[in-house]
Design a protein around this ligand. Sequence first.
Ligand code: MN
Length: 199
Amino acid sequence: MASFTLRELPFSKQGIPGFLSAETIEFHYGKHHQGYVNKLNELLPGSGFEGSSLEDLVLKAQGALFNNAAQVWNHDFYWLGLSPSPQKPGPMMQKLINMFWGNEASFRKEFEQKATTLFGSGWCGLVWNPSHKRTEIVQTSNAENPMRQGLVPLLTCDVWEHAYYIDYRNSRPNYFAKWWDHINWDFVESLLKKHNVTV
Ligand code: MN
């Protein structure tokens, strides 16, 4: 029986200085993310999705199977979008920011507003909308994933309380501000290339 394993973190388990503590990694990665992987593996036998890729599960599964598969995918994607050292948006992303938001400050303002006002648990992400040929910032609740609406995820911010409660207590805005300073813009740029995004 094939099963899923917890993906290696793209940075140290000691965390990201100035953003995420080792304790947050221990719980968020080691307990929550691992927990979704374990639950997904428990639910797979007899589901009809044995042998499916994680992305297929995110697109087609329902109920608890979807929730756990999507949370594995969402967390893999969240970690890949983080950088221990500060980065600037790459040339294509810079072009998209200027085209759709005018400048980086307006882009950040909309992202912050959507990330901090999402009620309850969820994700706030940057996506490419292939039908409207534009980048957008979308809020999704619980485990929901933009791929199910035909959108291409480029970056995501975990706004579940478990993402920030150890380091930032109840302050999602403080967490967002540090997250913003640790975005892996090289990763975003590589996805724009991979999906042949042009404007
Ligand atoms: Mn999380």
